[in-house]
Write a protein that binds this ligand. Structure first.
Ligand code: NAD
Ligand code: UDP
Length: 316
């Protein structure tokens, strides 16, 4: 049994990870400042005596005796990370510094939830880990992209200078239950709009692409990465290579919900990446054949059910 610290544990991905680690029999400390996370996501985990919830902001140092850290704290939706851009970059950089300092002090292994955004608006397609990216350093997405890039640098430098055991995963667009209904990301937006019978908002022409991963596949990949040999530190892409345009995604949501909602077109936010698809050869090779098992239609059905239930229970 390990004692595991999960920052951002009350968020969408963090809550699934807390549950997985408790079910594996570990002790979990969930650290969150509740900026985008919700108590509701982790309420059902309170039944575990091994679960501890701490309200804490990772831009401040935190001390605890732990074996592993999963560093997930950071708003991930463009709407939320742009709301307070300075805070976002501080969360990535000061947060990573604090968590790496803690890992150094207690000799813990630490995993960074990095992102496909380190590739920016990619010119190389699909994206392999060797690609250095095409990121605007002064745009509205930079607080997130550059913060995450700098966090990767910090991880590598702590590893080189202090021999900290690190792991870096680059997560591609992930969706599923426990996403915030007003999160602003495309999957939750389209589903909520369809369920409410509102217009489905396509930004730009809708021909930009993303590759959507169901959350369970990510949790499996993340767990395998943490548990694999210490000399494989990444970065490694974790995502589903099946690529869709936003028009295709909207049509799927319309078909699966049976909504009468119509698509409407809104301006494309600046620096919105035109395409994104992970090359997952490295993950397959290093993580014991890991690959996504839940494809878009199945994952969307589960997510639609979740949001329908949230609406029924009056939580949305
Ligand atoms: P989320 O917004 O649901 O979760 C983030 C959590 O971090 C929230 O609970 C929030 O309250 C918490 N948090 C934010 N700032 C904090 C701070 N300063 N101190 C403590 N807690 C703080 O987002 P998510 O989708 O669950 O993303 C989790 C992580 O995975 C993020 O680091 C994100 O960058 C990364 N990621 C997610 C995706 C995706 O598609 N969901 C893709 C790439 C990377
Ligand atoms: N998008 C959209 N309508 C929405 C929300 C997003 O068309 O209501 C588009 C957005 O412009 C982007 C894609 O969907 O091209 C994915 O957006 P999201 O915010 O989910 O993630 P990211 O851009 O960070 O991949």
């Amino acid at each position: 049994m390990k004692r595991i610290l999960i920052t951002g544990g009350a968020g969408f991905i963090g809550s699934h990870l807390c549950e997985r680690k408790l079910k594996e029999g570990h002790e979990v400390i969930c650290l969150d400042n509740f900026f985008t996370g919700r108590r509701k996501n982790i309420e059902h985990l309170r039944q575990y005596p091994e679960f501890e919830l701490v309200r804490h902001d990772i831009t401040n140092p935190y001390l605890a005796e732990i074996d592993e850290i999963y560093n997930l704290a950071c708003p991930a939706s463009p709407v939320h990370y742009q709301y307070n851009a300075i805070k976002t970059i501080k969360t990535s950089i000061l947060g990573a510094t604090n968590m790496l300092g803690l890992a150094k002090r207690v000799k813990a292994k630490i995993l960074q939830a990095s992102t496909s955004e380190v590739y920016g608006d990619p010119i190389v397609h699909p994206q392999t880990e060797e690609y250095w990216g095409n990121v605007n350093p002064i745009g509205i997405r930079s607080c997130y992209d550059e913060g995450k890039r700098c966090a990767e640098t910090l991880f590598m430098d702590f590893h080189r200078q202090h021999q900290i055991k690190i792991k870096i995963i680059r997560i591609f667009n992930t969706y599923g239950p426990n996403m915030h209904p007003n999160d602003g990301r495309v999957v939750s937006n389209f589903i909520m709009q369809a369920l409410r019978g509102e217009d489905i908002t396509i930004f730009g022409t809708g021909n930009q692409t993303r590759s959507f991963q169901y959350v369970d596949d990510l949790i499996e990949g993340m767990t395998r990465m943490m548990n694999t040999s210490d000399d494989f530190i990444g970065p490694v892409n974790i995502g589903n290579p099946n690529e869709f345009t936003m028009l295709e995604l909207a049509q799927k949501v319309i078909d699966l919900t049976g909504t009468k909602s119509k698509m409407i077109f809104k301006p494309l936010p600046s620096d919105d990446p035109r395409q994104r698809q992970p090359d997952i050869s490295l993950a397959k090779q290093k993580l014991n054949g890991w690959e996504p098992t839940i494809q878009l239609e199945e994952g969307l059905k589960k997510t639609i059910l979740y949001f329908e239930n949230e609406m029924k229970e009056g939580r949305v």
